[in-house]
Ligand binder design. Structure first.
Ligand SMILES: Cc1cc2nc3c(=O)[nH]c(=O)nc-3n(C[C@H](O)[C@H](O)[C@H](O)COP(=O)(O)O)c2cc1C
Ligand code: SF4
Ligand code: SF4
Length: 271
């Protein structure tokens, strides 16, 4: 049997993106587990990070949600602009609702070409935040399961037992089909035609949605106006205290919120 590699990890820098909070919960669980084991951890928002500033001496953790079988354009932009390195260890964790193929293999290739040493990839199922929103009790149970997976994964990373497994052909094929052939992840087309809307009768013009939009896509006029740079991450809908922004295609107007409604506080705390 292959011996676990001695990783001797001393410091981890997380770079994460979250729309509605699931990924951030997982990052916090992993941060706490690393910290308990004596590892120094920083947690950084992708949208606030200049990727050239990444410290290649530390282990890098990338965390993001799955979106349309891949992930959001701002996450890919960040990854593509990460500096070239000589063997910096990197692991990834994503959260998803139920079906994910296209991201793990493609990301592995991109990072390897830049000189990173890929040491772990994990996809963690969390409550789905789009189309179907389950009751809070159900979400809580799924989050608890996610926490357990995150804890075990962190311990595996430290023990040298994690790996970046992917099915390169399947992952590559899905990425190619979604992006190249069916264009379902052609964000530019969505951004042109698909706009989030505010229900002005509910809106109190507080501006919280604009403050938290990671893409600076919301202008505050009398009411918020969404522009053409949307990632469809649903953060604006999730933080709105008035429930004035329905899901992005208005489907049943469902909006996912963390069961304790803590997204705004968590995001502020991470500044
Ligand atoms: C626009 C959009 C697309 C999504 N696409 C997928 C998908 O292809 N597969 C999947 O399993 N979940 C998908 N989801 C669900 C999220 O990946 C899942 O709920 C994730 O945990 C959300 O993380 P966050 O709260 O950190 O944003 C999608 C969510 C959104 C908003
Ligand atoms: S967060 Fe909600 S209530 Fe506040 S400005 Fe935005 S849409 Fe209106
Ligand atoms: S407008 Fe809303 S859904 Fe679009 S990027 Fe900003 S926060 Fe995300």
């Amino acid at each position: 049997m292959k011996k676990p590699e001695d990783r001797n990890i001393k410091a981890v820098d997380f770079y994460y993106f979250t729309g509605t909070g699931n990924t951030l919960l997982i990052v916090h669980k992993m941060r706490d587990t690393f910290t308990e084991k004596g590892v120094k951890v920083t947690v950084n928002k992708i949208e606030k990070t200049v990727s050239g500033k990444i410290n290649p001496e530390n282990t890098i953790g990338l965390a993001f949600p799955v979106a349309i079988f891949t992930t959001y354009p701002l996450v890919w932009d960040f990854v593509k602009s990460m500096p070239e390195v000589k063997g910096t260890p990197v692991f990834m964790v994503d959260t998803f609702g139920g079906l994910s193929f296209g991201v793990v293999g493609h990301l592995k290739n991109v990072l390897r070409k830049k000189g990173y040493r890929v040491i772990g990839a994990k996809q963690i199922q969390m409550p789905i935040n789009v189309f179907i929103v389950m009751p809070d009790d159900w979400s809580r149970k799924r989050i608890e399961k996610g926490y357990e997976t995150a804890r075990l994964y962190t311990e595996d990373i430290l023990a040298g037992k994690s790996s970046w497994k992917s099915f390169p052909l399947l992952s590559g094929l899905m990425y190619y089909l979604c992006i190249g052939v069916f264009k379902i992840t052609d964000w530019k087309i969505h951004q042109k035609y698909l706009h989030m809307k505010v229900e002005t009768v509910k809106c109190n013009s507080c501006g919280i949605c604009a403050e938290f939009c990671p893409a600076n896509n919301i202008q505050m006029e009398q009411y918020p106006v969404h522009g053409f740079k949307c990632q469809y991450c649903l953060r604006c809908a999730s933080v709105c205290p008035q429930g004035a922004i329905p899901g992005f295609i208005n489907y049943k107007k469902v909006v996912y919120k963390l069961p304790d409604n803590s997204l705004e506080e968590l995001l502020r705390h991470d500044e």
